[in-house]
Design a protein around this ligand. Sequence first.
Ligand code: G3I
Length: 318
Amino acid sequence: PDSLRAAARGSGVRIGTAVDMSALSSDAAYRAIVASDFDSVTAENVMKWEAIEPERGRYDWAAADRLVEFARANGQVVRGHTLVWHNQNPSWLTESAFTPAELRQILRDHIKTQVRHFKGKVYQWDVVNEVFNEDGTLRDTIWLRALGPGYIADAFRWAHEADPKAKLYLNDYNNEGVNAKSDAYYALTKQLRSQGVPIHGYGMQGHLGVQYGFPGTVFDNVRRFDALGVQTAFTEVDVRMILPVDATKEQAQAYGFGTLLQACLLARHCVSYTVWGFTDRYSWVPGVFDGQGSATPYTEDLQRKPAYQALRNTFLLG
Ligand code: G3I
């Protein structure tokens, strides 16, 4: 009754978490919280291309299917992450091994095969992930080099053909407030919509840090996407800090989690808020940012932090 999931009920915003599939199978306490606190799940890694097609033409759906089945059993929806990215691609997928025409065919087959596999089971897809640099120019990736900027519209069209009901998202980090990167997303979304490209949502990952302060223009940003008629979602929220933890940093962290949720609740079409892991026991942060951590709403021993209470209260008090 005091869960996040219960607090979120009726708010119009789904509360989600990224799921670490090895933790889900080995850790019963972890599994219980995924089921009780969340009504949406995202695969932290197992729906990425390297996991799905480790060798060309050999697909491995097992882990992803387990997550879909877990979600079904617990009355949860699944956010799909992610179809087109420059990271965690299979090692066979290199620019030198294929012509541009082949790469286009490979990308098309990948999107169609994966979206079709999960048709009716994944309600939102991060179709295109992290395609802009901080200054708003397109990121230099295998896809941009081989296919040119049109690959973005193509990816959305192919995904839509494979599952016309799934909501299709752009997704990135450092795009929560109004800045050069989110301006680029705004312009791209507007352009794609005017061309009739099936794009339905704007995802803001929300990887924040106490030591950086928090963007003050999140609601302004969400509101301009509202006005374009697309959905918005916070897709990977965590708020890291420089260790050691102290009470001030924990309060700041609670504010960071809460303020993104508040922007979502204030918006007309913000439909989901997902944390990128709910416990420090499995967070990606310490492995990537030296000396930082404690980025999630639960401690390593599964105690609720002020951030947890901030999320819950923000749902309850609106
Ligand atoms: O699969 C191998 C495994 O075989 C091996 O034993 C193990 C040893 O380190 O590594 C495993 O791969 C790791 C993979 O996670 C799966 O666990 C990689 O080393 C590790 O780098 C990878 O990290 C993931 C990261 O994306 C890679 O890009 C994180 O778990 C995941 O949280 C993170 O998520 C991204 C989102 O997809 C996009 N937005 C940013 C976010 C944080 O970086």
